[in-house]
Design a protein around this ligand. Structure first.
Ligand SMILES: Nc1ncnc2c1ncn2[C@@H]1O[C@H](COP(=O)(O)OP(=O)(O)O)[C@@H](O)[C@H]1O
Ligand SMILES: [Mg+2]
Length: 232
């Protein structure tokens, strides 16, 4: 799947420039965190990376293949802030995806265990707590065996305990060499998870640095101001 390369990526909708001049290269199988203020363009960039939105300028490729090509999209999965649960049991949510992908339903147990939900297998998925639903959404995404997992603010609605459980699921996925691209504006979470940080402001990327560099000394004025607002 890797590298992901964007060249001069831009997106205009109804004459409004939502993304502009984005040059990025994601090269390793670790956790990339995208940060920035509300409205910076993080979710839209994630959708472009996932091939859901075609850019109007520039290019975006995964290992040389267009992000929007069907073969590339099949190797990726995405989880949103508000998990979308099918109106059936916890285990049936996983079985549904396994069936779609022609995989054995006997794998259901493995994915339920990875989410710590084996004891909730028969419970209607929509009756699970917010944290449990998010872990199920991630387990269901992992059941697609993606090369890349996109997470758009997956813990924004969760308490600290539920957040940590989701994070450990994400870490374990990344240890299984699944590339993680995660959007968050939770700096503490970014510090816990990020190997590299992409910072966005006003529809563009102001810097892309290793986590170590970013958290010790962000290079762009926008990131410095974002970080200082949180410290105060
Ligand atoms: N389909 C769309 N049409 C027009 N404007 C949009 C559309 N989707 C998002 N936007 C605008 O693009 C900007 C960036 O949105 P978004 O990527 O959701 O920000 P973030 O995820 O960083 O909070 C916002 O100003 C939003 O209103
Ligand atoms: Mg967003």
């Amino acid at each position: 799947m890797l590298p992901l390369v964007t060249k001069q990526l831009g997106l205009s909708v109804d004459n409004k420039q939502l993304l502009h001049n984005i040059w990025l290269e994601l090269t390793d199988n670790h956790v990339t965190v995208i940060m920035g203020h509300n409205g910076a363009g993080k979710s839209i960039l994630l959708r472009c990376m996932h091939g859901l939105i075609e850019p109007t300028e520039g290019t975006i490729h995964w290992a040389g293949c267009k992000a929007s090509s069907i073969e590339t999209r099949k190797k990726q999965a995405m989880v949103f802030q508000k998990p979308l649960m099918l109106n059936r049991s916890t285990s049936a949510n996983i079985e549904y995806v396994l069936k779609l992908r022609d995989k054995s339903e006997s794998l259901t147990q493995k994915y339920l265990q990875s989410a710590g939900l084996e004891h909730k297998a028969d419970q209607p998925a929509r009756s699970l707590s917010g944290g449990e639903q998010q872990r199920l959404a991630i387990a269901r995404a992992l059941a697609c065996e993606p090369g890349v997992l996109f997470l758009d603010e997956p813990t924004a609605n969760l308490d600290p305990g539920a957040t940590l459980k989701v994070e450990s699921q994400v870490i374990s996925a990344s240890q299984q060499t699944i590339k993680i691209v995660l959007v968050t504006h939770d700096i503490a979470q970014a510090r816990r998870l990020a190997d590299d940080v992409v910072f966005m402001s006003d529809g563009t990327v102001t810097e892309h640095s290793s986590a170590k560099t970013f958290f010790s000394q962000p290079a762009s004025a926008e990131a410095t101001s974002f970080m200082s607002a949180y410290i105060r």
